[in-house]
Design a binder for this molecule. Structure first.
Ligand code: DAT
Ligand code: MG
Length: 150
């Protein structure tokens, strides 16, 4: 099983899309093992987006992500990284397919609603950055698990 960190970004929370976004991941079959609302501080934002530190959009990206509360989730499932990213859609919403979160609800790259980890390794690192181990319910069983996971 893989784990991915999902961030329902400030624009999504402000626009009342939190439930819609959570619903899409739940309906996909991914299992929520951690979830909370928080306002990200600058240090955590800069750590999370450290790989983009030298990019021209870095400062604006950090300001955006700390500007208002977000909902963060740790999701678990087979191929969770790829499954979540296909549900999210392309980074630039103008290129995101209809039926994806970004393709259905976003227009601009700087207001693209949701984050999903890009590799198994980064999923584990990002979840550890946002959640204490005690905040995660790792490996809990759903009655439907055998109908989602073979
Ligand atoms: P993703 O969020 O799809 O994993 P990423 O990791 O390449 O995309 O970039 C992180 C975020 O940074 C992305 O969601 C939006 C912002 N971003 C990326 N490229 C950008 C660009 N060229 N101009 C402005 N913002 C950008
Ligand atoms: Mg990324």
């Amino acid at each position: 099983m893989e784990r991915t960190l999902i961030i329902v970004k400030p624009d999504a929370v402000q626009r009342g899309l939190t439930g819609e976004i959570i619903k899409r991941f739940e309906q996909r079959g991914l299992k929520i093992i951690g979830i909370k609302l928080l306002q990200v501080d600058r240090e955590l934002a800069e750590t999370h987006y450290d790989v983009h530190r030298e990019r021209p959009f870095f400062a604006g990206l950090v300001e955006y992500i700390i500007s208002a509360p977000v909902v963060v989730m740790a999701l678990e499932g087979s191929d969770a990284i790829a499954a979540a990213r296909t549900t999210i859609g392309a980074t630039s919403p103008s290129l995101a397919a209809a039926g994806t979160i970004r393709g259905d609800y976003a227009l601009e790259i700087g207001r693209n609603l949701v984050h999903g980890s890009d590799s198994v390794e980064n999923g584990e690192i990002e979840i550890a950055n946002f959640f204490a181990e005690s905040e995660l319910c790792g490996g809990w069983a759903r009655a439907v698990d055998s109908w989602v996971f073979e």
